[in-house]
Design a binder for this molecule. Structure first.
Ligand SMILES: Cc1cc2nc3c(=O)[nH]c(=O)nc-3n(C[C@H](O)[C@H](O)[C@H](O)COP(=O)(O)OP(=O)(O)OC[C@H]3O[C@@H](n4cnc5c(N)ncnc54)[C@H](O)[C@@H]3O)c2cc1C
Length: 362
């Protein structure tokens, strides 16, 4: 990011194009900073990639296949999320119980490889962030008494989750009241200008729709299934290590579970395939037989905006900042990425994002 591109001051008029999680947080930080905010969003039907996400804030679990930068930004976002939630009037589900990484005994190799990779990447921080357990001791530690049929488990203690749809709905409702909200498919985005209207700054947060302006931006398809499973009582996010596919189970309120996600090199955002449904659901059933009687609430798919190196794309020139390429990490990274951009533009977001522990964490 070019830190000398310019600065913003209170009262200036800014445009945010795209209200996925990245644009919504950009607009919210701008609003809190005292800017006059105009949001342009083309979709009234909550169909963006962000509405598909499982809302995991999992910098350690992701570290096996991502960089230290993403880990550091993710840790910062986990500090920021509670005060973002506190700044909004609606109740938003947010839980800090961490992730359990597990495997079936026959897949122990994949699990051990995962543990080794984290030991190398986290180095001396491994013991701060992680605890190695046997699944029998899960009961003793009162972690997940229903998962004792599996082999070992790694507890990633400092990971969190947010209900992404609740967070987005709360951000949208608040922005519709406090900012200027335009339902509009913007054609032309330039420095200081959106479709012919002049602004003091423009933020381009269009996700994959910005691909003609960002070299190498492409889609990675992901599918996720939400079920209601009254016979399953899980409290932690669970990641299952498997040699061919890896799945997660994210527990939500009222026995709802999100089971995901596929990772397919494709721009196809069509409905979830039979193959993915079979793989995701049978993997979940193999972890807990209580999923047999679960009811399918929804099958969702979308395409993650991804750069060639899987790193977030942050580019600032005078009058225009482009934020994109959040790939698997829109909820994990957006708070820290947006805070970094605002700091670069001379606006200190720490004034209103204190990082105080969120009073309603469960
Ligand atoms: C199955 C799945 C599970 C996921 N799980 C997680 C997870 O657990 N944790 C996590 O951190 N991330 C997760 N992700 C990734 C996350 O969803 C993405 O990184 C994130 O949604 C990207 O957000 P965005 O705001 O950049 O883009 P988008 O969500 O795509 O938002 C872009 C917005 O711009 C609007 N727009 C586009 N063009 C225009 C235009 N011309 N005019 C006006 N508006 C426009 C669109 O309508 C859209 O609302 C998951 C993704 C998938 C698919």
């Amino acid at each position: 990011m070019n830190d000398t591109a310019g600065t913003l001051v209170k009262g200036q008029k800014v445009a945010v194009v795209g209200a996925g999680i990245c644009g919504s947080l950009t607009a919210w930080f701008a609003q809190l900073s005292g800017l006059q905010v105009h949001v342009f969003e083309s979709d009234e039907h909550k169909k963006s990639c962000s509405f598909t996400a499982a809302g995991m804030l999992a910098p350690m679990a992701e570290l096996e296949s991502s960089s230290d930068d993403i880990y550091q930004l993710g840790k910062h976002s986990i500090e920021l999320w509670p005060s973002i939630i506190d700044s909004l009037p609606q109740k938003i589900f947010y839980r800090t119980s961490g992730t359990l990484v597990v495997s079936h005994r026959q897949d122990r190799g994949s699990y051990q490889q995962f543990v080794k990779s984290l030991q190398v990447k986290l180095n001396h921080k491994f013991n701060q962030e992680c605890e190695l357990l046997s699944c029998h001791s899960l009961e003793r530690h009162a972690l997940e008494p229903e998962l004792t049929n599996l082999g070992e488990a790694l507890h990633l203690k400092n990971e969190a989750q947010v209900d992404g749809n609740q967070a987005l709905n709360a951000l949208h409702d608040t922005l519709k009241k406090k900012a200027h909200w335009h339902v509009k498919d913007v054609n032309d985005i330039n420095a200081f200008n959106v479709d012919g209207e002049t602004f003091d700054w423009v933020f381009d947060c269009r996700g994959l729709k910005a691909s003609k302006d960002i070299v190498g931006l492409h889609g990675v398809r992901g599918e996720v299934i939400t079920v209601k499973a009254p016979q399953v009582n899980l409290f932690h996010m669970v990641r299952v290590m498997h040699p061919r596919y890896r799945i997660y189970i994210v527990p939500r309120e009222n026995h709802h579970y999100m089971i995901g996600a596929t990772e397919i090199q494709s721009d196809d955002d069509g409905p979830v395939s039979v193959r993915s449904t079979l793989e995701l659901l049978s993997a979940a059933f193999s972890v807990h037989s209580g999923f047999a009687e679960a009811r399918i609430i929804s099958l969702n798919s979308h395409v993650r905006p991804t750069t060639m190196d899987h790193q977030p794309f942050i580019e600032t020139q005078p009058g225009l900042t482009r934020l994109n390429g959040l790939y698997r990490h829109g909820f994990l990274l957006s708070p820290a990425v947006v805070a970094k951009v605002f700091n670069g533009l001379g606006m200190d977001v720490s004034e209103y994002l204190t990082g105080e522990p969120y009073a309603h964490c469960v």
